[in-house]
Design a protein around this ligand. Sequence first.
Ligand code: SF4
Length: 503
Amino acid sequence: MTYVTFVILHPPSSLSHAHAALILIGHGSTMNPDSSAPTHLHADEIRRRGLFCEVACCFWKEEPNMREVYEMVESDVIYIVPNFISEGYFCQQVLPRELRVEGPITHRDGKTIHYCDPVGIHPNMTRLLLQRADEVAPGVPRDQTSLIIVGHGTNLNENSRKVIEDQVSLISNGGYGFAEVVDAYMEEAPFVADWAKMTSAPNVVVVPFFIADGLHSFQDIPVLLGMREETGAALSELGVFHQNPHQLQGRLLYYSGAIGTEPLMADVILDQVHDFDAKHGIQNIGSKVSPRLNDQLIAWLELGRNVIGEIAIARSEKGSFVLRHVADQARTDLIPYHGSVEARELARYDDSGKFRPLHSAPTLKHGWELHLGSLDELRLALDFFYPAAVGSASRLEKSSLSATPLRELLGRQTGMYRFTNTISDDHAFSMVAKTCASKNCLRRILWPLTPEQPLPTDESKAQTGAIPLLCLEACPHIVSAARKVAKEAFEAKEAARIASQSV
Ligand code: SF4
């Protein structure tokens, strides 16, 4: 029997979002460039369709953060969709706190913010899983195939397990024709490593129920499945999904990339927006706001302020723009790139090919020139190079910018970072001076330690005539550094206490 998986189409809606902004939130990582990639790609796809006036991304562990992202959109109505697999502590507490939303609908500063459910719990994820299973094992009969949906598994968030169990139940009972459908986890039973014992069909399709590919899907799960003996270079992302099927334990095993990398996730994101409108009776998205930031950019360029960070902006008579590294302006051997999305790739790695998690590090790659056909493209490209920089600089000129004191930010930390606010004032001042020094970051800090304790101004970051790069809230690098310093101080104190007891 042949089973067909239909491509997802979000339900038709009479409500246009052409005057609204869409913000996607991803987890991000300071180590893994693949973590934020699917969120950006889904945003690109939705932007390409022109359904929203503005589309932006923000991240928990990457720039832009959830406070800055509001400087990147100007619409009066904003939809926020977490690109997360499950509900729970993160989507119900951490993200709302960081985004300053008070429930599904928040009215603040003249804006209406709609906070939607995370993408992973939408019912259409079922069809996405079926699509992914068919893609990874084309032509393989489902009635001779076991489907395994893999999650991380942790006792910290039972919702992450529930969302997978729900999918197993939906596919098992939905008449989709698989010989069997089971769930398996990396860190709790039923364990992925026991896949052969828990399935019986000659073909086995394994789909990781993760938002992004990374160490788990590239390395850990292949080892648990027995595709490789140990993690290492041989399990690089280049090969692991392209060698199907794998002959293992007398079966044919087909291994897929993380479900969140499926291009049709963009449709599920839109489905969450449409479901939000239906659930909350949204009838009207308001009217178009004039793009104030575009006007501001042009005004700056006309005043000769054509440098931002390490980028020089050249403007042509025809209204197009060319961006180059400031050190490359006299070069004639630059490689041409086109369109704002290329900016994201150019910003991602330095000259040596090393990942640049901090966009404002003074390590921008050389040797390129980026051609942009419009002012909208210019603004988007600058937000990819230096997230929220244009919006923040514009707001600073209007004196309406507020920055978050470091103590307030550290006080919001949870989990392994909850100790960070035990850092002493002296340690905090020296840690900031070291971490944020101009050799590490070009942003100019606007936040104080506390409202009564400003930080000294770093004059080395002043760029006369440039569009400033501002830091409104300390980034994850500071939080990590604060944790390290606080931990060392705690351990030193403990060692001294134990030593004094033994005297
Ligand atoms: S906290 Fe420091 S390192 Fe991080 S973005 Fe701000 S200035 Fe740069």
